[in-house]
Design a protein. Structure first.
Length: 120
């Protein structure tokens, strides 16, 4: 079985190449595959491993940087004969999500809406 974890955070990443190197090193250490996109406004990752423990150990090391503490991780799995990823790709991009303009969600978040107002 292949274990998969996804996570992201909008947070200032002033040196995306430094984070790319760190994530690449950690993924190699724990034999992870997947895709990680890094931009000045944050990162988005989907990583896979044969053992959930490898992913959990990666998370412990990754969260040593307090900017990445307490992320919301989404877990899933797939059959062993259905590889989710075949290799690791850690890329630096101008934007994680193309908004088509200069926009940094961490500096200008949207208005908070409670569940009652959202469902009204």
């Amino acid at each position: 079985m292949s274990n998969v974890v996804t996570f992201y955070r909008f947070v200032a990443v002033p040196k995306p190449d430094v984070l790319r190197h760190r994530i690449t090193s950690l993924c190699e250490k724990y034999a992870l595959v997947g895709t990680v996109l890094i931009a000045p406004e944050g990162f988005n990752a989907t990583l896979a491993a044969n053992s959930r423990r490898s992913l959990e150990d990666f998370i412990v090391d990754f969260e040593a940087d307090l900017r990445f503490k307490d992320l919301n991780y989404k877990w899933s799995s797939s059959r062993a004969d259905n590889a989710v990823f075949h290799r690791l790709k850690v890329r630096v991009r101008p934007e994680i999500v193309s908004f088509g303009r200069t926009y940094q969600p961490s500096k200008a978040p949207g208005r908070r809406v409670d569940a009652e107002a959202w469902n009204a």
